[in-house]
Design a protein around this ligand. Structure first.
Ligand SMILES: Nc1nc2c(c(=O)[nH]1)N[C@H]1C(S)=C(S)[C@@H](COP(=O)(O)OP(=O)(O)OC[C@H]3O[C@@H](n4cnc5c(=O)[nH]c(N)nc54)[C@H](O)[C@@H]3O)O[C@H]1N2
Ligand SMILES: Nc1nc2c(c(=O)[nH]1)N[C@H]1C(S)=C(S)[C@@H](COP(=O)(O)OP(=O)(O)OC[C@H]3O[C@@H](n4cnc5c(=O)[nH]c(N)nc54)[C@H](O)[C@@H]3O)O[C@H]1N2
Ligand code: SF4
Ligand SMILES: [Mo]
Length: 742
C-alpha cells in the first residue's frame, strides 16, 4: 500500500501532452505558449457534464462544454463557469484554522489534526462512543476521495450518531431499492432516450439538470422524446420550467401524490392492465399489492390531489398501453410526508406495466465501478437500530437528519457532545434551523472538513480545508451509477496541489490514523482514490480478468480524457437481483404497514391557522447552499423571493413585491413576495440554500444576498414516519404582510 507522502503529482505539462496535443496545435497561433487545455467532468451537479477548461498559467481563460464527452456532447449550464470562481475565491480557506477565544487563527496541519483527534477521543472516553456525531453533506458525493476514504474516519470514530443529506433527499429511493431489489443502489434509471411516455412527479430537471437520473442536456433529450411522438407528463404544484415544455401538466396538492400513485396501481388491477413482462416469474407479492390498493379509488385520489378522476384513469391507461412508458419521481415526491410510499409505488407501477428492465422503461445502469449485482457489498439495511430520543429508524447506519438537533440537545447517555461535519451546511440545509443553531452552539467541540466559514462552520472549533476541486483528480463515483447512458471517465488534477495542502482523502487518512493511535487501535491508510477505484474496476463486471467485452483498467480510462462510451442502458436485472431469494419483492411489509397512515391522512383537515403549503424551488444558477459566493451566479434578477398565486395574495390583501412574514410551527421568515400563477392556489414556494447573513460568516458575496433561509420554516417534527426522511415540501404555513417596523 503506497504511503501517503508518495502520491504522484501529475504535472500540467504531462497532462497536456497526454490529452490535448492536437487541439492545442490547431489553435496555437491565437494562444500564448503556456495556454493549456484540460478536460474534466463537472462535479457540481448530478449531470456530470464534460468540460473543456483552458488555462494560462494560474488563470482560467475559459470553461466550455467538452463536445467529445459521450453523454453530455458539449452541453454545460451556467454553473460550470463558477468552477473558476471557486478556485480563485479569496474566501476559500486554504489552511487549517482553529478558533481560540472566539478568534480564528491559522495553524499547522499537525496542530489542527492532533487537537481534533484529542478532542474527539476525549469526548468518547468521557461520554461514550455515541457522543460524537457526523453530518456528511452533498458535495462529498461529488468528490470521490470522500467516497473512498470517508468510511475510514467513521470506522476510527465508530458512533451510531451518523447523519447525512441522504435523509433530506433520496433515502426513499434507496429504501425501495433495498427492500424490492435487495441492494440500496439497485435504483433503476429512466431510459429517457428511448421512452415514449414519461410521467414525471416532483422533479424539475430543467432547473436541477436531473437527479437520481444523470441526464446532461435534458432539454435536448425531452425535445427528442417529443419529436419521436413521445409524451412528457408533469405532476407538480408549480408550473415549473420542465412543466412549461411538457405535453401535459397537472397541479397536485403537495404531499398527496401517494393517493394518485395508489389509484393508478388500483386502476391497473381493476382494468386488467397489469402486464409484468419478462420479469413475471420473478415477482412476489402481486396479490398483496392488488389487495392493498383497493381503498385507493380514483374518487379518493381526485378529492386528495385535485386531479380529476378521468385524467388519472387516462394516465393509468396510457402507462399500460403505450409501448415504452415509465414513471419517475424526485424531490417533490421523496422529500415529503409520504416519500417512502411514493417511491415504492413508483417502482410498483413500473413493475406492473413491465417497464422495469425494459428498453424505454427504467433499467439499472452498468457502471465500470460500483456495478450492482448479487453479492455486491454495501447492500444496506433498515431499522437495525433506532434514534435515542424520537425512536426513528436508521438506514444503512445513518439516522434521519431531522433528529440531529434533539440528539445534541437532549441530555442523557449517548447525547452528542461533539460534531464532525464533512462538506455539509446543515444549518441552512436541514429542517428547523433555529433548533440546529441552538444545538451547534451548545457543542463541546466541533470540527468541519470544509473550505468555507459558512452558517454552519462558523460554529466550528477547527476547520480542516481540503484542496480546491481543480487541485485534485476526479472520477465520478456516484453518478455514473445513475446515468441514462453508460460511460466512464477519469481526469487528472488541473493545478498541482499547493505546498502544505491536503486533499479530502488525505485528511481522512491522517485524522483516522491519529484517532486510531490515541485509541490504541490498528490502522492502515488507504492508497489514493484512483488506486481504490482501479482495484474496484479490476474485480468487477468490466475487469480484464473476466474477459469482458469492454475490459477496462484505470490506465485505459486515463488514456481517454473525454471518457469512454459504454453504451445505452442494458437490461439484465435477473442476474443482478441482490435479494437472498434472487427475486423481486413487490410488497415489502414496511410499505403495506404504512398504507393505513396514508388513508388516515385523508380524514385530516388542514392545520388551523396555517392555510398554505410551502414547497421548495431550484434554479439553474444556484446549487443548494454553497454557490452564492460567486458573482457570475448571483448577479441579475433576484431569485430568492416567495412565489404566491395572485388569488392567495388578494385574499390576504397583499401585493406583488410586498414584504411578507411566513410563519410555521417552528419559525418565522421575512421576505418579499412575487405574484405568480405558476403556483397552484394554496401553495407557496421559497427556494432553499439562502440566508448567509449571520455574524461570523466569511463569504463576502453570499453574505450580501438578501434571500432568507427557508429551513427556518421547515419542521424537524414533520417527516416521513416510515423512514424518517425530512418532509421539506408541503409544510403548513401562514403568510401575512410584514409590519413596517419589522
Ligand atoms: N427546504 C429545502 N431544504 C433542502 C432541500 C430542499 O429541496 N428544500 N434539498 C436538500 C438536499 S436534496 C440536499 S442534497 C441538501 C444539501 O445540503 P448540504 O448537504 O448541507 O450541502 P450544501 O448546501 O451543498 O453544502 C455544501 C458544503 O460543502 C462544502 N464543499 C464543497 N465542496 C467540497 C469538497 O470538495 N470537500 C469538502 N470537504 N467540502 C466541500 C461547501 O463549502 C459547503 O459548506 O439540502 C437539502 N435541503
Ligand atoms: N441548479 C441546481 N441544480 C441542482 C440542485 C440545486 O440546488 N440547484 N440541487 C441538486 C440536488 S442536491 C438535488 S437532490 C436535485 C433535485 O432535483 P429535482 O428533484 O429535479 O429538483 P427540484 O427543483 O427540487 O424539483 C422538485 C419539484 O417538485 C415539486 N414539488 C414540491 N412538492 C411537491 C409535491 O408534494 N408533489 C409533487 N408532485 N411535486 C412537488 C417542486 O415544485 C419542484 O418542481 O437537484 C440537483 N441539482
Ligand atoms: S449541468 Fe451540472 S454538471 Fe453540467 S455543467 Fe451544469 S453544474 Fe456542471
Ligand atoms: Mo440533494
Amino acid at each position: 500500500m503506497a504511503a501517503l507522502c508518495l502520491r504522484p503529482r501529475i504535472l500540467v505539462t504531462t497532462l497536456l501532452a497526454a490529452t490535448s496535443k492536437n487541439i492545442i496545435m490547431d489553435i496555437s497561433s491565437s494562444l500564448s505558449q503556456d495556454t493549456q487545455i484540460h478536460y474534466r467532468a463537472c462535479h457540481l451537479c448530478e449531470a456530470i457534464c464534460g468540460l473543456e477548461i483552458t488555462t494560462q498559467g494560474d488563470t482560467i481563460k475559459s470553461i466550455k462544454g467538452d463536445k467529445n464527452d459521450p453523454v453530455s456532447h458539449g452541453y454545460i449550464c451556467p454553473k460550470a463557469t463558477a468552477i473558476a470562481d471557486i478556485h480563485s475565491d479569496p474566501d476559500r480557506i486554504r489552511h487549517p484554522m482553529r478558533k481560540i477565544d472566539g478568534e480564528w487563527h491559522q495553524v499547522s496541519w499537525e496542530e489542527a489534526l492532533d487537537y481534533t483527534a484529542e478532542q474527539l477521543v476525549a469526548s468518547q472516553t468521557n461520554h461514550g462512543p455515541n457522543s460524537v456525531g457526523f453530518f456528511a453533506g452533498n458535495p462529498g458525493v461529488h468528490n470521490y476521495g470522500n467516497m473512498t476514504h470517508g468510511a475510514l474516519l467513521r470506522r476510527a470514530i465508530k458512533t451510531r450518531n451518523n447523519f447525512s443529506a441522504t435523509s433530506l433527499d433520496q433515502l426513499p429511493h434507496l429504501l425501495a431499492a433495498l427492500t424490492m431489489y435487495g441492494h440500496q443502489f439497485a435504483v433503476p434509471v429512466p431510459d429517457i432516450d428511448r421512452t415514449q411516455y414519461f410521467l414525471m412527479l416532483g422533479g424539475n430537471p430543467l432547473a436541477s439538470n436531473g437527479s437520481m437520473m444523470t441526464v446532461p442536456n435534458i432539454v435536448k433529450r425531452l425535445k427528442a422524446l417529443q419529436a419521436r411522438d413521445g409524451k412528457l407528463i408533469i405532476v407538480d404544484p408549480r408550473r415549473s420550467e420542465t412543466a412549461d415544455m411538457a405535453d401535459q401538466h397537472m397541479f397536485i396538492r403537495p404531499g398527496s401524490d401517494a393517493f394518485l400513485l395508489m389509484a393508478i396501481v388500483r386502476e391497473l388491477f381493476t382494468k386488467n392492465l397489469v402486464s409484468l413482462g419478462h420479469l413475471a416469474e420473478l415477482i412476489d407479492g402481486v396479490d398483496d399489492v392488488r389487495h392493498a390498493s383497493l381503498p385507493y379509488t380514483l374518487e379518493l385520489a381526485e378529492q386528495q390531489t385535485g386531479i380529476k378522476a378521468e385524467r388519472i384513469a387516462e394516465i393509468a391507461q396510457s402507462l399500460a398501453t403505450v409501448d415504452k412508458a415509465v414513471v419517475y419521481g424526485r424531490m417533490g415526491v421523496s422529500v415529503q410526508e409520504f416519500g417512502g410510499l411514493c417511491q415504492w409505488a413508483i417502482q410498483v407501477i413500473n413493475l406492473l406495466i413491465g417497464a422495469i428492465d425494459t428498453e424505454g422503461g427504467a433499467i439499472l445502469a452498468s457502471p465500470a465501478f460500483g456495478y450492482v449485482k448479487r453479492g455486491t457489498p454495501g447492500k444496506g439495511h433498515f431499522d437495525a437500530f433506532r434514534s435515542r430520543v424520537s425512536n426513528l429508524p436508521e438506514f444503512a447506519g445513518e439516522l434521519p437528519a431531522v433528529v440531529m438537533a434533539e440528539e445534541i440537545l437532549t441530555p442523557g447517555e449517548d447525547q452528542i457532545k461533539s460534531m464532525v461535519t464533512i462538506a455539509g451546511n446543515p444549518l441552512i440545509s436541514s429542517a428547523n434551523t433555529e433548533a440546529l443553531e441552538e444545538a451547534f452552539e451548545s457543542l463541546d467541540f466541533y470540527v468541519a472538513i470544509d473550505f468555507y466559514i459558512n452558517a454552519t462552520t462558523r460554529h466550528a472549533d477547527v476547520i480542516l480545508p481540503p484542496t480546491s476541486p481543480l487541485e485534485h483528480d476526479h472520477y465520478d463515483l456516484a453518478f455514473l451509477r445513475l446515468a441514462v447512458h453508460n460511460s466512464t471517465r477519469y481526469n487528472p488534477a488541473i493545478y498541482p496541489k499547493p505546498e502544505g495542502c491536503l486533499d479530502d482523502w488525505e485528511i481522512f487518512n491522517k485524522l483516522s490514523a491519529k484517532i486510531s493511535t490515541l485509541k490504541g487501535l490498528p490502522f492502515s491508510p488507504l492508497p489514493e482514490p484512483v488506486e481504490v477505484i482501479d482495484r474496484g474496476i479490476q474485480s468487477d463486471e468490466y475487469s480484464e480478468a473476466k474477459g469482458s467485452d469492454w475490459a477496462l483498467t484505470m490506465d485505459k480510462i486515463k488514456q481517454a480524457p473525454h471518457g469512454i462510451d459504454l453504451g445505452p442502458l442494458k437490461p439484465g436485472l435477473e442476474a443482478r437481483l441482490a435479494n437472498d431469494s434472487g427475486r423481486i419483492n413487490l410488497a415489502p411489509e414496511i410499505y403495506l404497514a404504512d398504507l393505513p397512515r396514508l388513508l388516515a391522512k385523508s380524514e385530516h383537515s388542514q392545520e388551523e391557522g396555517r392555510d398554505l403549503l410551502l414547497i421548495g424551488r431550484r434554479h439553474i444558477r444556484s446549487n443548494n447552499s454553497w454557490m452564492h459566493n460567486y458573482h457570475c451566479l448571483v448577479k441579475g434578477k433576484p431569485r430568492w423571493q416567495l412565489l404566491m398565486n395572485p388569488e392567495d395574495l388578494a385574499a390576504r390583501g397583499l401585493q406583488d413585491d410586498d414584504d411578507v412574514v411566513i410563519t410555521s410551527r417552528v419559525g418565522t421568515v421575512t421576505t418579499k413576495v412575487v405574484s405568480s400563477d405558476e403556483l397552484m392556489p394554496g401553495v407557496i414556494s421559497l427556494p432553499h440554500g439562502w440566508g448567509h447573513t449571520k455574524p461570523g460568516i466569511k463569504m463576502e458575496i453570499a453574505s450580501k444576498q438578501e434571500g432568507a433561509n427557508c429551513n427556518r420554516l421547515t419542521d424537524d417534527r414533520f417527516y416521513d414516519a416510515l423512514c424518517g426522511n425530512a418532509a421539506l415540501n408541503g409544510v403548513p404555513v401562514s403568510v401575512s404582510k410584514a409590519s413596517v417596523a419589522a
